[in-house]
Every structure is written in structure tokens, then in C-alpha cells.
Design a protein around this ligand. Structure first.
Ligand code: F0G
Length: 356
């Protein structure tokens, strides 16, 4: 018998604010309920009196925040009788779509940019049995094609232009407010297609309807893929953080709305700054996220140091994906190549004493 307080996924928990009925079959793999972890060492390192929390979305079932929206989108697709879903993706959406389609017993088609998705994400889409379509183009080309093909084939788009994705994803804001007992002063996120910042803002504004309280929303982009900083769409996005290698964000207007209404801002980080933040989190806090995710922490640290985010603030940074998604990038930035030694006590003792 199931125990009364078994966690059944975020739709079950937040059904009061989500578009489901009692008879809806929930397509869930136990997503959501991710930890909000207070950073202990980094605030001391930067010498500022701030509370920084990371929302570790890499601990969702497929290792990224995408599962929040995907459980909702696939649940509704199945409810509406769809037999196939489709998405364009820089990797995480494809992994999530593939997993939830497998769970639901429907087909997933995923369009990915050839050679530009992290290895772990590709492995996931393959293992879950998605139909993988590699295109000689980037995410933006894939997105355009998906929109066109969905007009001609019986497939449901599960990119964040699907409104159910945003609904499911907004639950992250609810969880944060619940864990903190209040909304944070600042919420920092990496921005690519801009669905996540849109969804968080939706969640915060729903919750703040009576109190009027909400965080200041801050979006960080990679320097080579920063249309929000340029103020217009760009054609050839490029960054080591392949998850956010996007030049034509679909939720363009909604993200500007979140920025303006919350009094927030957008900023950019170089690839070097993104990787440095990823390493810092790994080395100082024991938290491994993928490069795109680290843009939130790297950007927040810079804005704390320069005073844009004042001392005394409570800050939440979303870590959108797990570090294991992209082992190649992680290994390539670690200088030390572990050398093999004899399997003897003397050799191992010498190796340890050498490092103490
Ligand atoms: N971080 C990670 C790890 C992502 O995978 C994405 C988006 C983002 C941040 C940006 O979020 O698009 O809502 O602004 N990945 C999408 C994908 C585009 O296809 O997996 P966003």
C-alpha cells in the first residue's frame, strides 16, 4: 500500500494551480521537489553579507529543470489524444521529452543541432528511444522547422511555446517560496529560449497577487548568444554553454515583461566567466552543474561584488542542469590528468604524502 505522504510529482502536489482534473492521467517520474541549498563558502569568499541559495534543478529525474514543464505538457498531450510529441532542443528538452514519451507510451521526435549537444543529453534521448533528427543548423533553425512541421503532421510541440510547459515550470517558484517562507529579493537565471524566466515570473506573480511581493528577476546570457543584451535577435549564436546557444528566443516578449515588471535586468558572461563559476561551485560547495546553469551564479557573484545586488539580500540562483550532462566540457577544464602508479602500498602512500 502506498504511504499517505509519498511524493507523486509536481502535478499531484500543485494540482490546485495547474490545469488538470481528478480524472487526468498524470505522466510523472517524480519530478520537482528539488533542494534549495544555501551556499556556505562562496559568500565568505566574496566578503559580502548575502544569503545565496541555489535551486538544484539538476536533481530532477532527467537531470534538468525541463522535467517540470514536460510532465505537464506530456500529461496534457496524452489527455488530448496525441500519439506523438516533437521538439527542437539544445539537449535537455530532448532528453526530457524522450523520457516522458517513454513513460506515456507515445513517440518522441527530437531535432537537435548536429555536434552541438552535450554527450549525456544525447545518451538520454537515445536510451529513451526517441526518434533523433540531427540537423545541420542550430536550435533556432530547428525551432522554426518544428513549428512548420507541426502544421502538417499529427504531432504536439513540447517546446516552451506550449503553454502547459510554462504552467508546469512555474512550480519552481512555488517551491522556492515554500522553502524560504517568503519570496527571495533576487532571482537569477540563465536565459536561452526564455521559457524558464517567463515561467518563474508567472509563478511569482500568481503567488504575489494579494501581497504584491515578488523578486527582482535577473537573466544572464552567454556573451556569444546574448540577444537580450543586443536588444534584437541574432543569427549565429556561439558559446561553450551549448544549452543556451540560442539567438532567437521564443519567449522574447514575456522575458522582457518579467524584466520590466520586476525591475530586473539582463547581463552577459564570457565563456571563461561561465566555466570559472561552474568550477567555483564544484570546488567550493560540492555542487556540480552544467555550464549554462553556472551563468546564474557567476552573474550573481559579479552583481553582488559591484553592489547592484545589495548586502542583506536573499538571492536564489537556478541551477538548471546537472554537471554530468556535459562530461567533455568538465574534463577539458581540469588541468590535472590523473596519472597511473603501481598498485602498491608504497606507491599510493608516496602519492598521498606528496599532496598533504
Ligand atoms: N540551462 C539549461 C541547462 C538549459 O538546458 C536551458 C535551455 C536553459 C538554461 C535556458 O532556459 O530556454 O528556458 O531560457 N535549454 C533548452 C533545451 C533550450 O532545448 O534543452 P530557457
Amino acid at each position: 500500500m502506498a504511504s499517505a505522504n509519498r511524493y507523486l510529482g509536481l502535478i499531484d502536489k500543485y494540482r490546485a494551480v495547474l490545469p488538470v482534473s481528478d480524472s487526468t492521467r498524470l505522466i510523472s517520474i517524480g519530478e520537482g521537489n528539488t533542494p534549495l541549498i544555501k551556499l556556505e563558502n562562496i559568500p565568505a569568499l566574496i566578503g559580502k553579507n548575502v544569503d545565496i541559495y541555489v535551486k538544484y534543478e539538476g536533481l530532477n529525474p532527467t537531470g534538468s529543470f525541463k522535467d517540470r514543464g514536460m510532465t505537464m505538457a506530456v500529461t496534457k498531450a496524452v489527455e488530448e489524444g496525441s500519439k506523438a510529441i516533437i521538439c527542437a532542443s539544445t539537449g535537455n528538452t530532448s532528453a526530457s521529452a524522450a523520457a516522458y514519451a517513454a513513460r506515456a507510451g507515445i513517440k518522441a521526435f527530437v531535432l537537435i543541432p548536429e555536434g552541438k549537444i552535450a554527450l549525456g543529453k544525447l545518451a538520454q534521448a537515445m536510451m529513451h528511444g526517441a526518434e533523433i533528427i540531427q540537423i545541420k543548423g542550430n536550435f533556432d533553425h530547428g525551432m522554426q522547422l518544428v513549428k512548420e512541421v507541426a502544421e502538417h503532421a499529427p504531432v504536439t510541440i513540447v517546446n516552451s511555446i506550449n503553454p502547459y510547459r510554462i504552467q508546469g515550470q512555474k512550480t519552481a517558484a512555488y517551491e522556492i517560496a515554500e522553502a524560504l517562507g517568503k519570496v527571495p529579493d533576487y532571482h537569477c537565471l540563465p536565459v536561452g529560449n526564455a521559457g524558464n524566466i517567463t515561467a518563474h515570473w508567472l509563478g511569482y506573480t500568481e503567488m504575489g497577487k494579494t501581497s504584491g511581493e515578488h523578486p527582482t528577476m535577473v537573466g544572464y546570457q552567454a556573451a556569444g548568444a546574448a540577444p537580450f543584451l543586443k536588444g534584437e535577435m541574432i543569427d549565429d549564436p556561439e558559446t561553450v554553454a551549448t544549452a543556451i546557444r540560442i539567438g532567437r528566443p521564443q519567449s522574447w516578449d514575456q522575458a522582457w515583461g518579467a524584466q520590466k515588471e520586476s525591475g530586473g535586468w539582463f547581463d552577459l558572461l564570457s565563456d571563461e566567466e561561465i566555466l570559472a563559476a561552474q568550477k567555483l561551485l564544484s570546488e567550493q560547495e560540492g555542487i556540480f552543474c552544467e555550464p549554462a546553469s553556472a551563468a546564474s551564479v557567476g552573474g550573481a557573484i559579479r552583481d553582488i561584488k559591484n553592489g547592484k545586488i545589495p548586502e542583506g539580500s536573499t538571492i536564489v540562483c537556478t541551477l538548471t542542469g546537472h554537471g554530468l550532462k556535459d562530461p567533455d566540457t568538465a574534463i577539458s577544464q581540469c588541468a590535472v590528468n590523473p596519472k597511473a602508479i603501481d598498485a602498491s602500498l608504497d606507491a599510493v602512500k608516496a602519492a598521498i604524502l606528496d599532496k598533504l
